[in-house]
Design a protein around this ligand. Structure first.
Ligand code: GDP
Length: 458
């Protein structure tokens, strides 16, 4: 579909990530000329199923699967050239043309091996100290963002200037190797085989990092771009753009369950800053929410169930929903849908509409619980608090609804949903104050109910 008037849609996760954004982004790409990543790194993980083929993408926008769509990596993304090229080569082996259609912002900070080393060392120390790991993916995303904010990051544009790159890299390694030494005195840390070539006597070596970066530079150079300028020009030319958020709102570094969060802003507003367009260019904000709730890694989760116990609703969600991370293979914790959490998400993103995914996973549960608020220190509240310690003390308040026994798998029309499924969705709308515009009923692109299409103007 081409609406002909340059409309821009932002897709964000409204929970703790893994809401099924990948499928929806892919589905929406049908109406887009460009797809833009604006935050995060290769810690995102989308699974797409196209013609029964599963494809996992971590960094390259999933729009790459559609010929004719240009994909952009905005300045808000931290970039591992090694991972990007690995992913590009994998896609090209599968017959997908990547290099002609991928544009990478020159302003992206680089993730270097030293960042993954620091990430693993810190998480190991946290684990040894108090057992309170953040649950990072160990890929260096957090340390790379720290360097960005500290104004010492090497950026994609530095790859064009070998001497400048070398000087900055020497300074960066001198600083980080000192920190590493301190960690290694306190504990033995296993960095694994992948990082071994860069390490000697507990320090990251200049030569292997520099030489590899220069090799990458040659491969990346043709894709380097002024992404902000290209996006603004495309918009002026009438192109529809899709801004693809990674992770989820409750993992946002400001608005999430801090410190159990990712290192970037995942909220819709960052689509503007992380890509270089004005906030007025974001016309429609689609919030993706699972029909229940999941979370990977540590941190509070008020509606969490005993998802490891066979025969329980949580176990049903975990197994029927196949709740394992695409990027890490870690099991996701499962629990009931939390409308009070969604309320916070709706507020900080300014959601235009909701897409409820994985409704089919709830098929067959006789009763469903909807989290409508919490009890905290004897008081009743109806929105997720800001302080992670407060969230951990929240006792969820539930409303019980009847489930449905019919299968909703593959349903494509709202009226064909069982009455109780429709009532469940209506209650979610009432409680969150956001209209449901899309419902997803299987991983397949075609199995999608459209109440209102985000790319159609109001
Ligand atoms: P993302 O990071 O938000 O894209 O989410 P993931 O890709 O990590 O996880 C979503 C998983 O759910 C993927 O395996 C999808 O194929 C799958 N999925 C997406 N939508 C649906 C749906 O409506 N029903 C079912 N059963 N699975 C879905």
């Amino acid at each position: 579909m081409n609406t002909g008037n340059g409309r821009n849609v932002v897709v964000v996760g409204t929970q703790w990530g893994d809401e099924g954004k990948g499928k929806l982004v892919d589905w929406l790409t049908e109406s887009a000329h460009g797809v833009v990543r604006f935050q995060g790194g290769h810690n995102a993980g989308h699974t797409l199923v196209i013609n029964g083929q599963k494809t996992a993408l971590h960094l390259i926008p999933s729009g790459i699967m559609r010929p004719g769509v240009t994909c952009y990596i905005g300045n808000g993304v931290v970039l591992s050239c090694a991972k990007l090229l690995e992913e590009a080569e994998g896609l090209e082996r599968a017959g997908v043309r990547v290099r002609e259609r991928l544009r990478i912002s020159q302003a992206c900070p680089l993730i270097l091996p030293v960042h993954a080393v620091l990430d693993l060392a810190r998480e190991a120390r946290r684990g040894a100290q108090d057992g309170q790991k953040i649950g990072t993916t160990g890929r260096g995303i957090g340390p790379a963002y720290e360097d960005k904010v500290a104004r010492r990051a090497l950026r994609v544009q530095d790859l064009r200037h070998p001497e400048r790159f070398a000087t900055k890299l020497r300074e960066l390694l001198a600083l980080h190797n000192q920190t590493l030494l301190g960690f290694l005195e306190a504990a033995r840390i296993d960095f694994g085989d992948a990082l071994a070539p860069y390490l000697k006597n507990g320090a990251v070596q200049f030569e292997p990092v520099y030489e590899e970066a220069m090799r990458h530079a040659r491969a990346i150079e043709p894709m380097m771009a002024d992404v902000s300028r290209e996006l603004n020009e495309a918009s002026r030319g009438g192109a529809n753009l899709l801004f693809e958020g990674a992770q989820g709102t409750l993992l946002d570094v400001d608005h999430g369950t801090y410190p159990f969060v990712t290192s970037s802003n995942c909220v819709a507003g960052n689509a503007a800053a992380g890509a270089g367009v004005g906030p007025g260019a974001l016309h429609y904000i689609l919030g993706i929410a699972k029909a229940y709730c999941t979370r990977v890694g540590g941190g509070p989760f008020p509606t969490e169930l005993a998802w490891e116990t066979p025969g329980t609703p949580g176990y049903h969600m975990s197994t029927v929903g196949a709740e394992k991370g695409v990027t890490t293979g870690r099991s996701r914790r499962c629990g009931w849908f939390d409308a009070a959490l969604l309320k916070r998400s709706a507020q900080v993103n300014g959601l235009s509409g909701l897409c409820i995914t994985k409704l089919d996973v709830l098929d067959g549960l006789p009763t469903l619980q909807l989290g409508i608020g919490y009890e905290l220190d004897g008081a009743r509240i109806d929105i997720l608090p800001l302080d992670a310690d407060d969230i951990a003390r929240c006792k969820p308040v539930y409303e019980t609804l009847d489930g449905w026994s019919q299968s909703t798998v593959g349903v494509t029309r709202y009226e064909q949903l069982p009455g109780n499924a429709q009532r469940y969705l209506q209650r979610v709308e009432q409680l969150t104050g956001v209209p449901i515009h899309i419902v997803s009923t299987s991983p397949d692109r075609e199995h999608t109910i459209t109440v209102r299409h985000p790319f159609l103007a109001d």
